[in-house]
Design a protein around this ligand. Structure first.
Ligand SMILES: CC(C)(COP(=O)(O)OP(=O)(O)OC[C@H]1O[C@@H](n2cnc3c(N)ncnc32)[C@H](O)[C@@H]1OP(=O)(O)O)[C@@H](O)C(=O)NCCC(=O)NCCS
Length: 170
């Protein structure tokens, strides 16, 4: 299996981030806030947001065998949701199918539960996103619900899932 390293973002990652992220096959599985096409300016803005995001988020670059392969982040909630954090991730297509995201999610959940006073980490993959659902299941996440027609993407309604992992389940 490929060696997976999670590390803080660096400004000089922007060109490689842009190269990996600029892919319709990635964008179609994410919220519209993730742009397609994905420009160098988008990459620079994302890295700036990560570097200035404050103590309630954990954004990491995914490196595989020394190469920037993708992105993963944990974002703590506010108000009554402050004991939960949302997990999001994507991987450049060249790196799919090698267990990289399964390992990245394992590492980030471990770090998230030790760094933050949270009870739960959750993710919201589109229901058709078999690969992402499997990544979560392999990390012990439970399917808590399917939100029927909860997403409107590319002019069509689709279902999405809520998966969660509790602190005591790690
Ligand atoms: C979803 C994604 C993160 C998976 O990353 P990955 O590193 O390729 O996943 P892994 O190699 O760790 O695979 C984990 C499991 O999912 C399965 N899997 C991965 N992609 C799959 C696919 N497209 N269809 C069916 N199963 C898939 C693998 O076979 C493996 O299961 P197994 O061990 O039982 O065989 C990656 O495809 C991606 O970035 N997609 C686009 C963006 C995205 O969907 N982000 C998540 C939004 S919620």
């Amino acid at each position: 299996m490929a060696k997976v390293l999670l590390r803080p973002w660096r400004n000089e990652d922007a060109p490689a981030l842009c190269r990996q992220a600029n892919d319709y096959e990635i964008a179609r599985n994410l919220r519209d806030v993730f742009p397609y096409p994905y420009t160098l300016a988008d990459a620079e803005a994302y890295i700036t947001a990560c570097l200035e995001g404050g103590p309630r988020q954990l954004c990491r670059a995914i490196e595989t065998d020394g190469v920037l392969a993708g992105s993963i982040g944990l974002f703590c909630g506010a108000d009554v949701y402050r004991k939960s954090a949302e997990l999001g991730y994507w991987l450049g297509k060249a790196f799919w199918g090698r267990g990289v995201m399964t390992e990245a999610v394992r590492q980030l959940c471990g770090e998230g539960f030790s760094r933050f006073d949270i009870a739960r980490i959750y993710a919201e993959p589109f229901a058709r996103n078999t690969g992402s659902r499997r990544v979560l299941e392999k990390n012990g996440f439970s399917l808590e619900g399917v939100l029927r027609q909860g997403v409107y993407k590319e002019e069509s309604l689709q279902d999405y899932c809520i998966y969660a992992l509790l602190r005591e389940e790690v």
